[in-house]
Design a protein around this ligand. Structure first.
Ligand SMILES: [Zn+2]
Ligand SMILES: [Zn+2]
Length: 244
């Protein structure tokens, strides 16, 4: 499986440790054809972009970098799902300006309405204590992510089932209906095999990304490629795979 692009990474505009230029230089050294700068949405606790307008600034920078380096630089966002109704923390007029739209569940996010921060998000953190809370949170997480997939023009969902558990078959079903892909995220340690299996059962596209926060991790995709090979996923089903 040969992968030509890395569509998930963070820079100093959110919680990354390098500038977009440093990340693009790293991508060029890795021989990638394309990257997407995808900083966290503004309602992530302490780690989001200052406000959603920042994505428009990054777009201008990306255009400059695309002209300077032999790498196509796309701009996207890793939006937070901020409510059980599937709402994202980036307004629609900004989303329409982005090349790549990612939605992810994160356990540190300020919700709208605000009380869901306490009734939904925080129990995910304490929910590991009892299986009853864990199961209820898994149901709530699944509802929120499925609604986000149905309501928004997503390219893919980031790291499904990491940090906040979901029913992967329900998520894959929503992805299949909406034309949304599921991510194999190499930047986090978690059990990814179930994501591949769920995607294969529903014919959902997959995408492999580094989720790099440092230049040295840009294009770190080999582990994901190996996993797809283990399950004989065809390149046609992988958004960022070379098809021939
Ligand atoms: Zn994430
Ligand atoms: Zn990320």
């Amino acid at each position: 499986m040969r992968l030509y692009a890395d569509w998930h990474m963070h820079t100093i505009y959110s919680d990354g440790h390098a500038t977009p230029e440093d990340m693009v230089i790293a991508a060029a050294k890795r021989g990638l054809d394309e990257v997407a700068i995808t900083d966290h949405g503004p309602r992530g606790m302490f780690i989001g972009v200052r406000d959603a307008q920042v994505y428009l600034e990054i777009k201008q920078e990306a255009a400059r970098l695309s002209a300077k380096y032999p790498v196509r630089v796309l701009v996207g966002a890793e939006a937070n799902v901020i409510g059980l109704n599937g709402e994202l923390d980036i307004p629609r007029q900004i989303i329409e300006e982005l090349d790549i739209v990612i939605a992810g569940l994160h356990p540190q996010v300020w919700c709208v309405p605000w009380w869901e921060t306490f009734t939904w998000i925080l129990p995910n953190q304490v929910g590991r204590a009892t299986s009853l809370v864990r199961e209820r949170m898994r149901e709530a997480n699944t509802v929120a992510l499925v609604e986000a997939i149905r309501r928004n023009p997503l390219t893919f969902v980031s790291h499904p089932d990491l940090m906040m558990a979901v029913d992967l078959d329900a998520v894959a079903g929503a992805c299949a209906e909406s034309g949304c892909a599921m991510e194999i995220n190499v930047g986090h340690r978690y059990y990814r095999d179930e994501v591949v299996r769920a995607a294969l059962r529903r014919d959902v596209p997959l995408v492999v990304n580094s989720d790099a926060h440092f230049p040295k991790n840009v294009g770190n995709l080999a582990e994901g490629a190996a996993l797809l090979e283990k399950y004989n996923v065809p390149p046609e089903q992988v958004l960022n795979a070379r098809k021939h």
